[in-house]
Design a protein around this ligand. Structure first.
Ligand code: MG
Length: 303
């Protein structure tokens, strides 16, 4: 199978043509939410329908169950103190694993109403935590508990270091993956609303971060997905966007130009950069965890 599809010549500088895609593990129902934990040199990711978090170890490639049950965790990120932050479908919360291992709920409701099912999360350098809240975890019992939406909308929220929660985006159908540009002047958010509205174009939208660092201006479509949907994605240090899609990983320049694709024979739900140099892409591809080295580095949470 062809591994790369170069659309813009700039893509050739971002890949290694002589490397292979590795399948690190297989056996999941739906892989999602990868996060690289640098202090432990391991990768965590979710297998949402199986209600478990898996761990892949850098030192010897061993894969084990890290936590099960796990409140049907979905997206993960890590904060500047190295703590893992998780989106829980069944917990309907954003939680943090403290250094002593305890689970701390950071937010589970907005204006007194429970969230739908937090999906993906990112930490800004000021310590605020931004997350999406589509309905996938309450639509059925497959990835959470089937429940009505208390909020009645699918929004994006910000949790401030003092624990307060504010809504920052309310104009998306199903907000999903999200990431900041390297200078944090833009918040990118994927909309997977086609799952619920056939006329919703699968796209990543770019929202300018206001001068206060807390609110957002009007969003604009940055790119539209030509195969499947964008779910989770990450940004490299040069501002390129590496996104999950129906046929693999799509790489876009900061202006939204599709540079190229890394083709995968399963639907990709999310990716992250990992390894000591953050130059290895870990790919959550439906049933399997894949990886491939690229000539790009993910933005460090510890810069
Ligand atoms: Mg997602």
């Amino acid at each position: 199978m062809q591994l790369y599809s170069t659309i813009d010549p700039r893509f050739d500088a971002l890949i290694h043509k002589n490397v292979r895609m590795e399948t690190l593990w297989t056996g999941a129902r739906w892989c999602e939410g990868p996060v690289w934990v640098p202090s432990g040199r391991y990768l965590l990711w979710s297998d949402i329908p199986n209600d478990r978090v898996m761990r892949w170890d850098w030192a010897d490639g061993h894969v084990s169950t890290f936590e099960q049950p796990c409140f049907n965790r979905n997206g993960h990120t890590i904060d500047a103190q190295g703590r893992v932050i998780a989106c829980e479908h069944r917990g309907r919360a954003v939680t943090r694993t403290e250094h002593d291992g305890t689970r701390r709920v950071l937010a589970d409701r907005y204006q007194g109403k429970r969230f739908n099912s937090p999906n993906d999360v990112v930490v800004k350098r000021d310590g605020s935590i931004w997350f999406t809240d589509p309905s996938y975890g309450i639509d059925s019992d497959y990835e959470g508990d089937k429940s009505p939406s208390e909020i009645g909308a699918r929004n994006v929220y910000r949790i401030d270091p003092d624990g307060s929660v504010e809504r920052v985006i309310d104009d998306m159908v199903q907000p999903n993956g999200l990431a900041f540009s390297p200078d944090e002047s833009l918040l990118y958010v994927a909309d997977t609303g086609r799952t619920h509205q056939p006329d919703c174009t699968p796209a990543i939208r770019a929202y300018p971060v206001a001068a206060d660092g807390k609110s957002l201006g009007a969003g604009q479509t940055l790119c539209e997905c030509d195969v499947g949907l964008y779910d989770g994605f990450r940004v490299d240090t040069d501002g390129n966007i590496w996104s999950s899609a129906g046929d693999g990983v799509h790489c876009y320049a900061a202006d939204g130009t599709l540079l190229g694709k890394i083709l995968v024979d399963e639907v990709v739900a999310n990716i992250c950069f990992g390894g000591p140099k953050l130059n290895r892409l870990f790919i959550c591809a439906t049933t399997s965890l894949r990886s491939i080295y690229v000539n790009a580095r993910g933005v460090s949470h510890f810069a």
